[in-house]
Design a protein around this ligand. Structure first.
Ligand SMILES: Nc1ncnc2c1ncn2[C@@H]1O[C@H](COP(=O)(O)OP(=O)(O)OP(=O)(O)O)[C@@H](O)[C@H]1O
Ligand SMILES: [Mg+2]
Length: 258
C-alpha cells in the first residue's frame, strides 16, 4: 500500500474488519516490523525501528481498546505520558496545556482512571498521548464500544487536537462519523488502499455509501446523524456509568461537519 500524510493533516482510515488497519498502525508505531516495503517519517526510514525509539521520534499511538492504568489516578495516568520529559516544570506546563483541550485531566485528576466511563478513559488516553506534543498521533478506533453520543464527543476532542496543529491518523469503525470529522479519508480493504479523497467528499462517494454507510447508492448522506457502519460490531451502550454525570452534555463540542 502507498499512503502519504503531510504535516498538519487529519486522515481517517476506514475499512472492514481484518482490512489491516490496526496492522498498519502497529507497523508505523514499531510494534511489528514490516516484512517488505518502507515506512518513511520525515524522510527517514523507520520500518522495524523499536517502539520506544519511534515514540522518541514523535510518533505516539493510542491503541485499540482500553489502555489507561485503572488503579492509578487520572493525574498519574497523564504524568506517565510525561515521563520522558526530564524537566518537571516543563512537564507540568505541558499537562496544563493539554488540560485546556481535555479538561477532564483537571476535573477528575484525583479519580482512579478505572472508575471513569469508556469515553472519559479515552480522553485520558488522548491527554496522556498529547503531553509529549506528538508530531504524529495515531488513534486506533478510539470510539469503539462507545455509545454514539459519547463517540461524537470523543471525535470532537480529536478534531480540536487537529485544529491545534497535531498531525493525526485516525482509524474509525464508524465511517460516517470519522469521514465527516477528518480532512482526508482513506478506505482500506484486504491490506490495500482502495480509495482516498477528502473526508467529506468520500462520504458522498456512492460506493463508500453502499459498502460502508449502509445506504442506497443514491441516498444523500447526513453527517449529522451518524449510523453504525456495520462492520465492527454494534456499540456497547452499557458503557456509561449509572447515574453520575454523563459526557457530552456539559459542553457544546459536538462535531461540526464541513
Ligand atoms: N501477526 C499476524 N500474523 C498473521 N496475520 C495477522 C497478524 N496480525 C494480524 N493478522 C491478520 O491480518 C488481518 C488484518 O488484521 P487487523 O487487525 O490489522 O485488521 P483491522 O483492519 O484492524 O480490523 P478491525 O476492524 O477488526 O480492527 C487479519 O486477517 C488478521 O487476522
Ligand atoms: Mg483494528
Amino acid at each position: 500500500m502507498d499512503l502519504r500524510v503531510q504535516r498538519g493533516d487529519y486522515l481517517c482510515i476506514i475499512g472492514p474488519n481484518g482490512a489491516g488497519k490496526s496492522t498498519l498502525i502497529r507497523a508505523i508505531g514499531g510494534v511489528i516490523a514490516p516484512r517488505q516495503g518502507e515506512i518513511l517519517f520525515e524522510g527517514r526510514s523507520i520500518g522495524g525501528r523499536r517502539p520506544d525509539l519511534v515514540f522518541r521520534d514523535g510518533i505516539v499511538t493510542v491503541p485499540q481498546g482500553r489502555n489507561t492504568f485503572a488503579g492509578m489516578t487520572v493525574w498519574e495516568n497523564v504524568l506517565m505520558g510525561a515521563y520522558s520529559i526530564r524537566d518537571a516544570r516543563l512537564a507540568r506546563q505541558r499537562i496544563d496545556q493539554v488540560a485546556e483541550l481535555l479538561p477532564i485531566v483537571l476535573e477528575k485528576r484525583h479519580m482512579h482512571a478505572g472508575l471513569l466511563s469508556g469515553g472519559q478513559q479515552k480522553q485520558v488516553e488522548l491527554a496522556r498521548a498529547m503531553v509529549v506534543e506528538p508530531k504524529l498521533l495515531l488513534l486506533d478506533e478510539p470510539t469503539l464500544g462507545l455509545e454514539p453520543r459519547v463517540a461524537t464527543a470523543v471525535l470532537a476532542k480529536v478534531q480540536r487536537l487537529s485544529e491545534a496543529g497535531t498531525t493525526i491518523v485516525l482509524v474509525e469503525q464508524n465511517a460516517r462519523l470519522g469521514l465527516a470529522a477528518a480532512r482526508d479519508g482513506c478506505v482500506m480493504e484486504l491490506g490495500r488502499v482502495k480509495l482516498t479523497g477528502r473526508g467529506p467528499s468520500l462520504l458522498e462517494d456512492p460506493e463508500v455509501g453502499r459498502l460502508y454507510l449502509g445506504e442506497e447508492a443514491a441516498a444523500v448522506p447526513s453527517p449529522l446523524q451518524p449510523r453504525e457502519a456495520g462492520f465492527a460490531g454494534t456499540p456497547d451502550v452499557g458503557e456509561g456509568r449509572v447515574g453520575a454525570e454523563r459526557e457530552g452534555t456539559t459542553e457544546n463540542d459536538g462535531l461540526q461537519p464541513h
